[in-house]
Unconditional design. Sequence first.
Length: 394
Amino acid sequence: MAEVYLDNSATTRVWPEVPQLMESVYRDQYGNPSSLHKRGVVAEKVLDTSRQELAAAVGCHPHELFFTSGGTEANNWAVFGLAGVRKPRGKRIITTAVEHPSILVPLDVLAERGFEVIRLPVDWRGELEASRLAAALTPDTVLVTIMAVNNEVGAVQDWAALSPLVRERAPHAAVHVDAVQALAKLPLLCLEQADTVSFSAHKLHGPQGVGALYVREGTRIQPLIFGGEQERKLRAGTENVAGVAGFALAVRLCRERGQELMQLLHELYQGLSDIPGFGCNGPTPGAGAPHILNAYFEGIPRGEVLVHALASRGVYVSTGSACHSRRSRPSHVLSAMHRSGDALTGAVRFSLGAATTREEIRQAVAATAEAVAELRLHSGKGSRSGAAGYGALR
């Protein structure tokens, strides 16, 4: 079987224009954009043009976008930077139990520094109920940070309903939204509600190690990195000009040539549903993000085993967040959704990208059926149903 990529960070396979552009920047526009000489001026123009293009895609002013080393830095900066300037007004911070570790770990640090961090539970789909947020908000709340799309199960938080509650009950609170999984996949409705929003390039077939933080004009935020006057004196360090150029191009290509992901997700869901013992964690297609499906199969208690079995067949999936995919403990997202048994420890995440094809979906379903049947046969669990499922697909 030819390799089937179901991973939305496969840059070179999807947009060959991106590495080609980056190579030309490295070769011909390699100056420091802060330098006054000709090479620096040329690099600065590349940076400015990319910022304008990204701002147009996001729906903000170019001077509201600040480039970072990725989504993790952007999230860290938002959490520390927003909480730091608002500490005199209060110490209450509200988030959810299913945020990315680049949000939750910085909040643990702030808790050690005296902040009160409230992690709100979610429902079985991974969604936050507005009533829970309303009950947690107090006048001394200084930060609310809730993601737009969950990276493990694809749950979409309803910011149109959540934001008015924050403005009404905690008027001094800043709002941060982790939109790494939303850019170029869903309308960025959160931009109208938030003070800061984080993005990352590699989720759009762009380069790894490049991201951005939207900071609404007039929002007070402390720097996270010091030592230079780049990025309007708020983010020190020479910008990754080639990476930023690749980021901007990847966003444009995704918007121009991206397929209707939701239809493909439906086809993946229907195909996997034919495998006996299939289950889905989080929202079903149509109720969540158009590119993420978290699945499990009864009799497969370890997701990493299925990951390796699929990789040997040319299908690349993960057990959750790549930042913690090598850890043996269960996903904090699925734990917060009260999943148990195989649904908790055996789950894998399928991620679709702009270049995913129907043929790849078909091959991925067939490979999954084969892998599940084989693993069940070797474990002695459900071999008959597993084999039948694979036979039907062949």
